[in-house]
Write a protein that binds this ligand. Structure first.
Ligand code: NAD
Ligand code: TYD
Length: 334
């Protein structure tokens, strides 16, 4: 299979490309990525001279660039997005442009050439759960609450509309928070690990009792691949990690793994509109496609700490330049 991967130089996209090229010797990948602050082509350096891999720099909003790439592939796996909630609060415009309009441009090209389309989405489209609420599943009504989740919800609706209206062969996966190698150090787990390596404090929003369901990135890539090859056309699959924990639990686990004490915690002003809890019921993908998460949270955190320890140059690069400007703005707001 020849796959157009959008956003393949980002966190999950680059893990997915490693998974595909490492698992299927006959598969080929074109990676279309704009190379924003969240990307790093170093993630894929081992494939750069492999004839099965090609990188194209550009935006998914550029129809003239996108169309011939879609034409030459069998399937599109769509990761490209602005993905950080905090950035969407500071300025939603790029979220609308990439996540909504970019998805529309890809869908139009897929429609023109009748191509298989898998859309990678998030559980954040379902809104926020109370502590006693049942986890999200494929029938949970949409209730996005941040500009990020609203833009992803819009893109999910567009993807479904192209299935119902034009018979486009689509699938959607809505997954919980990912962590693991190549995670952008603006996000919670890599931010904590790298701040602790740098001897800095870790900013905990509000009371730290918000709950996320952590999914190790290789488990997520395996789920996407299964849905792409065996998923039922027109269907949605919820993908969760069996890893529900309050944020403060994660912080304390990482403090202990890195030999630090609680004086490294800095409670800071809460995120505006902060969703309290996400949790996923993944029984549909388990029942229909035989998928379940294989990496426990304890094991995954250990691997992630080890990966960041071994890849200091990588995360120091990611934490310089554009990142510093963002961080300054983020803290002025607080
Ligand atoms: P990321 O921010 O690490 O990477 C996004 C990639 O998309 C980057 O390489 C960036 O350069 C690229 N990109 C951005 N705008 C683009 C454009 N206009 N054209 C082409 N490329 C562009 O994101 P991620 O964490 O790898 O997330 C990938 C996908 O998975 C996203 O769609 C996100 O909504 C979804 N998702 C992520 C998580 C998570 O925990 N990270 C959870 C659920 C769903
Ligand atoms: P994040 O990684 O931004 O993912 P999302 O908002 O998409 O779930 O944040 C995960 C959780 O960690 C979320 O509840 C916000 C919280 N958080 C902090 O407490 N401090 C931080 O510095 C960051 C980035 C996040």
């Amino acid at each position: 299979m020849k796959i157009l991967v959008t956003g393949g130089a980002g966190f999950i996209g680059s893990n997915f490309i490693h998974f595909i090229l490492g698992t299927y010797p006959k598969d080929e990948v074109i990676n279309l990525d704009l190379l924003t602050y969240a990307s790093n082509l170093e993630n894929l350096a081992v494939w750069k001279d492999d004839p099965r891999y090609r990188f194209v720099k550009g935006s998914i909003t550029d129809a003239a660039l996108v169309e011939p790439l879609v034409a030459e592939c069998d399937a599109i796996v769509h990761f490209a997005a602005e993905s950080h909630v905090d950035r969407s609060i500071l300025d939603p415009s790029a979220f609308i442009e990439t996540n909504v309009r970019g998805t529309y441009v890809l869908l139009e090209a897929a429609k023109k050439h009748g191509k298989r389309f898998h859309h990678v989405s998030t559980d954040e489209v379902f809104g926020s759960l109370g502590l006693d609420d049942a986890p999200f599943n494929e029938r949970t009504p949409y209730d996005p609450r941040s500009p990020y989740s609203a833009s992803k919800a819009s893109s999910d609706h567009l993807v479904r509309a192209y299935f119902h209206t034009y018979n486009l062969p689509v699938t959607i996966s809505n997954c919980s928070n990912n962590y693991g190698p190549y995670a952008c150090p603006e996000k919670f787990i890599p931010l904590i690990i790298t701040n602790l390596f740098e001897g800095k404090k870790v900013p905990v929003y509000g009371d730290g009792m918000q709950v996320r369901d952590w999914l190790y990135v290789s488990d997520h890539c395996r789920a996407i691949d299964l849905v792409l090859r065996q998923g039922k056309i027109g269907e949605t699959y919820c993908v969760g990690g069996n890893g529900e924990r309050p944020n403060i639990w994660i912080v304390k686990q990482l403090l202990s793994a890195l030999g630090k004490d609680e004086s490294s915690i800095e409670y800071v002003k809460d995120r505006a509109g902060h969703d309290r809890r996400y949790a996923i019921d993944f029984s549909k993908i388990e029942r229909e496609l035989g998928w379940r998460p294989s990496v426990t949270l304890e094991e995954g955190l250990k691997n992630t700490v080890a990966w960041f320890k071994e890849n200091e140059v990588w995360w120091k690069n990611m934490k310089s330049g554009e990142y510093e400007k963002y961080y300054e703005k983020q803290y002025q707001k607080r």
